[in-house]
Design a protein around this ligand. Structure first.
Ligand code: NDP
Length: 284
């Protein structure tokens, strides 16, 4: 039986640690606020935004909400980001993605002051991560490192295979595993013999966006499996990129969906808001 890596419990632990730190800062007269910007009313985005606001409330970080209409122009959104950049109370700026089609997402993300880039998507944050400088880490991959560490799974010297090379998951994941001294291989849609490469993995991280794509034939006995994917199946039940039922008996540890990687992303966002204060904060 594989160890089930409990993302719900680990994320709750991290949020409690953040809550404690935030309370200490408040005692010193320091308030932290996160600006949450949502353009339009995409239902999935609204759920994510609501969950982020709830997490802020729990840890004691003020969330300053900007809900602007679908037909907001690029210029108007840039002005709003700039206003948040200049507001000393706001320590983190989160622009909920995806943005409406008429907007240039890259330009908006570049406009966020890197000192407030709590999502860790700005090229400055990415650069700092790659060269090992302090800075914001992309939340989902940083959460996965915490899942492994807090489950006592060591990364050093392990064969780590990451399937997926997106800028928000696959690439930063590979970099963070490398920082932890893993031996890292990145796979993508053009990888030859994907199965053979995956079977080398001591730690297999799957972020491809295809329901139940990875079954037991991709997995070495005793491997640790991290499933980043989130999908709803035909019965409206959540599932991941990994076929849990088939893979679990072969793995030594595995994340479930839901309750694995998912809850970690918001916990790490809270951690990044706190970090913004440590990295760049001044008393306000
Ligand atoms: P993207 O669609 O941006 O990237 C998918 C990656 O998988 C690409 O690099 C693609 O390769 C690769 N890929 C696709 N098909 C195959 C295949 N058959 N074989 C090998 N590689 C393949 O997805 P994201 O990284 O944004 O997200 C991945 C999944 O994780 C999604 O299900 C998403 O919902 C979920 N997710 C979950 C989060 C959480 O908090 N738990 C956070 C973010 C995402 P190529 O580059 O060659 O096209």
């Amino acid at each position: 039986m594989a160890q089930i890596i409990d993302g719900k419990a680990i994320s709750a632990q991290i949020k409690d640690e953040v809550k404690e730190e935030v309370a200490k800062l408040k005692e010193q007269g320091c308030e932290i606020a996160l600006a949450v910007i949502q353009v339009g009313s995409d239902p999935a985005s609204s759920v994510y935004v609501r969950n982020k606001k709830r997490a802020c409330e729990y840890v004691g970080i003020e969330s300053v909400s900007y809900e602007v209409s679908e037909d907001t122009t690029q210029e108007e959104l840039l002005e709003l980001v700039e206003k948040c950049n200049k507001d000393p109370k706001i320590r983190g700026i989160l622009v909920q993605l995806p943005l409406p089609k008429h907007m240039d997402e890259d330009e908006i993300l570049l406009a966020i002051d890197p000192k407030k880039d709590v999502d860790g998507f700005h090229p400055v944050s990415v650069g700092n991560m790659v060269i090992g400088e302090d800075g914001f880490l992309s939340c989902t991959p940083a959460g996965i490192i915490q899942l492994l560490k807090r489950s006592n799974i060591s990364i050093e010297g392990k064969e780590c295979v990451v399937v997926g090379r997106s800028n928000i998951v696959g690439k930063p994941m590979a970099m963070l595993l490398l920082r932890e001294n893993g031996t890292v291989t990145i796979c993508h849609s053009r990888t030859k013999d994907l199965k053979e490469v995956c079977k080398r993995a001591d730690i297999l991280v799957v972020a491809i966006g295809k329901p139940k794509f990875i079954d037991d034939s991709y997995v070495k006995d005793g491997a640790v499996i991290i499933d980043v994917g989130i999908h709803r199946n035909e019965n409206n039940k959540l599932c991941g990129d990994v076929d849990f039922e088939k893979v679990e008996p072969k793995a030594s540890a595995i994340t479930p969906v839901p309750g694995g990687v998912g809850p970690m992303t918001i916990a790490m966002l809270m951690q990044n808001c706190l970090e913004s204060n440590k990295l760049f904060g001044e008393k306000n």
